[in-house]
Design a protein around this ligand. Structure first.
Ligand code: SAM
Length: 419
């Protein structure tokens, strides 16, 4: 077992008393692994039958979550198809607390790499608007790619500081998740860096940053809205005391519940989650879409013939790119799905379009596992179908686009996601 920081152990001993030995014992067990069936594409029951990795029971607090075993959980073809998301089991406990209802406006304020955003998207089932925000530009790219892989059709992925975002969306969201950057005490077993970087000073710095993030969240939450705050740390300054300080500043809020998952009590690492509700009050009006020119659909409608049967709403051309946008949201934020780009008068489909299609909504090119791996590596492969754009599928699930030319499927998987 690795050495825990002394000041951390002392504090946990004080807090846990007789439970401390069991807590320390939990560090000798390997970290639990888990996956979440992506219910935008598959039911948990179907996933159980198809899972490419050994499953080991259900995660009690998330209906689509399964404990899983083995290595390379995120390296299978079905993972590339977005059928599941690899997520630490305890980290699945916060999103159900949002109690998402159809058509709501939901903000995930600290969203990368996207575990909780893709989980939120499952609860939304394409209705309403999800703003998934990550202020770190590089991590925002990873978030975007996970949102695409999982076939989310109703999200705007933004890269803003919480303060900037709060200037734009006052009293707008029905639900906000703040999965705050924290000292990561609950991740000591999984991430060596969390142990190395831990210090009392860092806990205080995290607490100060979290308080600022919570203030921005407060401004963006509509009257009657729900705020879920979560961390993967045990530090009271970042957890219970953080919430108490927030309530002192905003006594109008009610504290619905606090959940603290401890690794000696559950199958999972440490996680904290507090659920707060704002009293009814200001609720910002819907944004309005900019007017949509009917001619904008032309190239996409032409492309669709014989390739896709799915219907898309609010089709908008912004520059050379064509999007299907969610209702009542500013077009420039591109909340929805990128359908493709018009290049020299021709339509080139976007990866996001392939990934949000359901079986029966397209004409696919089914491949075996070896060919799927070849495709995911960015290679071409031979086939016997007619020329044209095809969605490459494995077990019926889209992996991305290829263009068939005289018996050769040319690879159109974006370079950044090839394996
Ligand atoms: N919710 C994510 C998930 O489930 O995949 C994990 C989020 S992680 C715990 C916290 C995120 O907050 C990181 O991606 C980090 O870049 C971001 N972050 C760091 N400083 C921030 C700040 N001052 N305001 C908002 N987000 C910040």
């Amino acid at each position: 077992m690795f050495d825990l920081p002394q000041e951390f152990s002392d504090r946990m001993k004080d807090e846990l008393g007789t439970e401390y030995d069991a807590f320390i014992q939990s560090y000798t067990r390997p970290a639990e692994k888990a996956v979440r069936a992506n219910t935008l594409k598959i039911t948990p029951e179907e996933f159980e039958k198809l899972a490419p990795v050994p499953l080991d029971g259900k995660v009690p607090w998330e209906e689509s979550g399964f404990y899983a075993q083995g290595e390379g959980l995120g390296k299978t073809v079905l993972h590339a198809a977005g059928l599941y998301y690899v997520q630490e089991p305890s980290a699945m406990c916060a999103v159900p607390e949002l109690e998402i209802k159809s058509g709501e406006r939901v903000l995930d304020l600290c969203a990368a790499p996207g575990g909780k955003s893709t989980q939120i998207a499952q609860y939304m089932q394409g209705e309403g608007i999800l703003v998934a925000n990550e202020m770190d530009f590089k991590r925002h790219g990873i978030l975007k790619s996970n949102i695409e892989r999982c076939g989310v059709k109703n999200a705007a992925v933004t890269c803003q500081s919480p303060e900037n975002l709060a200037g734009y969306y006052q009293s707008y969201f029905d639900k906000i998740l703040v999965d705050a950057p924290c000292s990561g005490e609950g991740m000591f077993k999984k991430e060596e860096a969390a142990v190395r970087e831990w210090s009392l000073k860092n806990v205080q710095a995290c607490a100060a940053r979290q308080a600022k993030i919570l203030e921005s969240a407060h401004k963006m939450l509509a009257g009657g809205g729900r705020l879920v705050y979560s961390t993967c740390t045990f530090a009271p300054d970042e957890d219970e005391r953080q919430i108490q300080n927030f309530l002192n500043l905003h006594p109008e809020y009610s504290l619905v519940k606090i959940k603290k998952l401890l690794p000696h009590k559950v199958r999972g690492e440490g996680h904290f989650c507090a659920v707060l509700e704002k009293p009814s009050g200001e609720h910002a009006e819907d944004f309005r879409l900019k007017s949509i020119k009917p001619s904008d659909k032309k190239e996409f409608e032409e492309f669709k013939k014989g390739v896709i049967s799915a219907d898309f709403k609010n089709i908008v051309k912004l520059g050379d790119s064509v999007y299907s946008l969610v209702d009542n949201f500013p077009a420039e934020l591109k909340a929805g799905v990128k359908l493709g780009e018009v290049k020299g008068g021709r339509f080139e489909p976007a990866h996001a379009l392939a990934m949000c299609l359901k079986p029966k909504e397209f004409s696919g090119l089914e491949v075996d596992e070896a060919t799927a791996i070849k495709y995911l590596r960015g290679l071409t492969f031979d086939c016997t179908v007619e020329n044209g754009w095809r969605v490459v599928t494995y077990k019926g699930y889209p992996l991305g686009w290829c263009k068939v030319v005289n018996g050769v499927a040319k690879n159109h998987l974006p370079k950044g996601i090839r394996i």
